[in-house]
Design a protein around this ligand. Structure first.
Ligand code: GTP
Ligand code: SPV
Ligand code: MN
Length: 592
């Protein structure tokens, strides 16, 4: 398929290790995809859904012990431990290679090695980077065909003397949790993933390449890879402003990226366009602004909670050419269902494990009664999204006016605040904390530090990553302003106070008005918050006092944060930039 000898030698070496029965190149053609779909259905790896209601759609169930990313089994194997830092799991590359070689040895016996040449970003563009994933899973192939740009056009963009492609090796092996490893060798452009068949662990173009390896490369080459959505807000006069936003996993990126403006705005002609929902690659343009592309080609979105009110655009996107993973299978009409889709759970159905599901036993408080897994997902093509941006395929990307950080905080963080300047904004990102979600294995609802939503995704030392942010600020002459939002403040009964979803547009418009210098703000100990009357609540059933409450900065609560921040910085160690230590000292003084 290619005359690039580096590719061919590497594949030969990996085939000698894994011993596949045969090797199949993925060319990106419809015929090949169709044949693979049929093969997967023949072995029950996938189920073909009702093609009248859901054309091109399939269902897949993972192993029950394999439903989310595994952060404690994810490693960054740089030559020295210092390069990976204290936050990442680390092992010396030679030791890790040796350990994993034993697991990969013969693991493809009786199976096929699929070779997936793919591009993150538009093949051949300045932003794009090429990867090749080797896998023994048709599910992975079919997902990669949606999530990335795959096939002969990618190989055409790889010149014969280019050894810089990212080498990914995935094996399902026995799906043994004890021997599950998601391992990155940034200095070798290599990713090895074994004993999982789940999303972020195995679609190696996504978290492994486009975040962990790419963040490492970005630091070396002077750009950034971030866990960010990108959206455009179109004003009634046709002008479009772009925002990128980093929220931790399952904290609302997909929802914000596709939001439908409240009626008060849509009737004036405001529109929102989605450029990306999970990952942004950002570079400084010739004009000194920060430009962003979405390197992905599809969405691997959270299913539960997606409905025609919360995210109608996502729902429409999933109506064709979609792979559903770990959702409920409605046997009456061969469609799918998940908690929060509608109020009509199917009576004749299988749960995400494939067992008969009795919806009458469903208890909101007991996740084990759910029909769909809380981290069940849809894999859909970006171009099927009704609000996909016309710039989605623009190789130059879009210019970013504002960067927004955010997370799930029941109390501390106000609805929105603006940082004082770039370095203060980097500080705001660095102290992000959020309640954990089902997107990763482990406890849910526990507050943890998740700087820039990159805790599980930074491919090198977190302190050096902060430093890179600070250095990028010196190169961007026309800087985006940096904000923090929190849609998740709760009342004493634990209910969300802010309506969220489409109504988040109200906050985004304040943010953009700040970028334009068109609206005032109130200075607090942590930064600038809006005047309550500047958040438009027309058409909402909350009053201005609720907005005031959402915007309060409780100094006592924030003083308690300081301890946690210091502890986290201490854990990162002496790579934390002096600029951020100074910001922390200033915050502490402001709160005194
Ligand atoms: P990853 O794909 O894991 O990176 O997640 P994501 O950040 O794209 O999360 P997503 O948009 O899929 O949201 C996850 C969950 O948050 C869903 O259950 C949503 O219903 C919920 N959610 C999203 N936006 C809001 C909001 O504005 N308010 C509230 N209360 N919930 C929200
Ligand atoms: C996340 O967990 O942030 C995701 C899903 O976007 S996964 O691709 O599984 O990592
Ligand atoms: Mn994500």
């Amino acid at each position: 398929m290619t005359t690039n000898k580096y590719v061919n030698e590497w594949i030969k070496e990996m085939a000698e290790l894994t011993c596949p029965d045969k090797i199949v190149w993925i060319d990106g053609s419809d015929e090949q995809r169709e044949a693979l779909r049929e093969e997967a259905c023949a072995t029950s790896e996938m189920f073909k859904l009702n093609q009248d209601k859901l054309p091109g759609c399939y269902l897949h169930r993972t192993a029950v012990n394999d439903v989310a990313r595994v952060e404690n089994r994810t490693f960054i194997c740089t030559e020295t431990k210092e390069e990976a830092g204290n936050i990442n799991n680390w092992m010396a590359p030679a030791e890790m290679y040796e350990k994993l070689r034993k697991l990969y040895k013969g693991s493809y016996k009786g199976r096929t090695m699929y070779v997936i040449p793919y591009s993150m970003g538009i093949p051949g563009s300045d932003f794009a980077k090429i990867g090749i994933e080797l896998t023994d899973s048709i599910y992975v192939v079919l997902n990669m065909l949606i999530m990335t740009r795959v096939g002969t056009k990618v190989l055409a963009a790889l010149s014969d003397d280019d050894a810089g492609f990212i080498k990914g090796l995935h094996a399902r092996a026995d799906l043994d949790e004890e021997n599950r490893y998601i391992v990155h060798f940034p200095q070798d452009n290599t990713i090895w993933s074994i004993n999982s068949g789940y999303g972020g662990n195995v679609l190696l173009g996504k978290k492994c390449f486009a975040l962990r390896i790419a963040s490492y490369l970005g630091r070396k080459e002077g750009w950034m890879a971030e866990h960010m959505l990108i959206l455009g807000i179109e004003y009634p006069d046709g002008e479009i402003k772009y925002i990128s936003a980093a929220f931790p996993s399952a904290c609302g990126k997909t929802n914000l990226a596709m939001l439908i403006p409240p009626e008060i705005y849509s009737k004036q002609g405001y529109k929102v366009w989605c450029v990306g929902d999970d990952i942004a690659w950002l570079r400084v343009g010739a004009d000194g602004r920060l430009w962003a592309v979405n390197p992905e080609n599809g969405f691997f979105g959270v299913a539960p909670g997606t409905n025609d009110k919360s995210n109608p655009n996502a729902l429409k996107t999933t109506m064709r050419d979609t792979i559903f993973t770990n959702v409920v299978h409605n046997l009456d009409d061969n469609t799918v269902w998940w908690e929060g889709l509608d109020k009509n759970p199917p009576a004749n159905a299988l749960d995400w494990k494939g067992n008969k599901w009795d919806y009458t036993k469903y208890d909101k408080k007991d996740k084990s009664t759910c029909g769909a897994h809380p981290n069940s997902r849809f894999t859909s093509m970006a171009i099927n999204c009704p609000c996909i941006s016309s710039e989605f395929n623009n190789p130059a990307g879009v210019p970013i006016s504002a960067i927004v950080f955010g997370g799930r905080r029941a109390k501390t963080a106000p609805l929105v605040y603006q940082s004082r300047d770039w370095n203060n904004g980097v500080f705001v990102g660095s102290i992000m904390a959020s309640e954990t979600t089902a997107a990763a294995a482990g406890a849910v609802g526990v507050v943890r530090r998740d700087p820039m939503a990159m805790l599980p995704f930074a491919g090198y030392n977190m302190g050096d990553y902060f430093k890179h942010w600070i250095e990028m600020g010196t190169k961007i002459t026309n800087k985006p302003l940096i904000f923090n939002v929190n849609w998740f403040r709760t009342d004493d009964e634990g209910n969300f106070i802010w309506p969220g979803f489409g109504d988040n547009m109200r906050v985004l418009l304040w943010i953009l008005a700040r970028c334009e210098g068109k609206v005032d703000a109130v200075e607090t100990a942590i930064g600038y918050v809006p005047k309550a009357e500047d958040i438009n609540i027309e058409g909402l059933d909350i009053d201005i006092d609720v907005v005031k409450e959402l915007l309060t900065v409780d100094k006592a609560v924030w003083r308690e944060e300081i301890g946690g921040i210091k502890e986290f910085y201490a854990k990162i160690g002496d790579t934390v930039p002096t600029e951020l230590k100074a910001e922390l000292a200033a915050l502490e003084a402001n709160l005194a």
